[in-house]
Design a protein around this ligand. Sequence first.
Ligand code: CTP
Ligand code: CA
Length: 226
Amino acid sequence: EQNENQPQPLKGKRILITAGPTKESVDVVRYFTNHSSGKMGYALAQEAKKLGASVTLVSGPVQLDPVPGVEVVQVTTADEMYEAVIDRFEEQDMVIKAAAVADYRPKDAINQKLKKKDGPLVLELERTKDILKTLGEKKDHQYLVGFAAETNDLIHYGRQKLEKKNLDAIVVNDIGNQHIGFQSDENEVHVLTRSGQEKALPLGSKQDIANQLFEIFIEDMMGETN
Ligand code: CTP
Ligand code: CA
């Protein structure tokens, strides 16, 4: 439901958000994935919608309810996410890459069931394409936000990723923090912007964090165009 008193600073803006993990096949019955729940990305989509944006959510496999009023594009692999995001990039005003994309996939996915043998199994993995880095190279008018999952030297690695991928802002997750598991409804993050801001958002619900993040992005985005 739309609250009439809710200010809509993102009215007329298109925002694409990616969420959740990707899943890469090893054989017909097995796959590689990661612990992402998708909750942060879905919370961002809900918040963007509330703020008046036209929202597209490119989602990996998650156990979450769809967000009302938000277009969802379901993907499974990093490659599918790449295609879905690149195809829609040009018309976006903002892209937020909250998804936990696989960095590697099995080089030759086997279209049968792999049978066990004596001794160890060696699987060759190859790199996936870096979606965010590609967006950073392509971007002209878009405000581009990345996420970073780090266990140590958060700010240092966050700043490095922001520069390397040509981002406007990066949200750094401390995945070494024992209080906030991957499935948690809460999060605690650091936000770094290209314009030099550095903010710590203390522990709060992912919805609340999403709300505060948009406040920062919107202010930063407006500042850039003035
Ligand atoms: N990302 C992406 N495509 C990939 C890998 C990552 O778009 N193939 C994006 C993620 O969605 C995230 C950001 O890049 O917004 C940072 O992801 P992260 O895993 O923290 O960093 P990497 O660059 O993959 O480096 P590393 O995992 O080695 O720390
Ligand atoms: Ca990675």
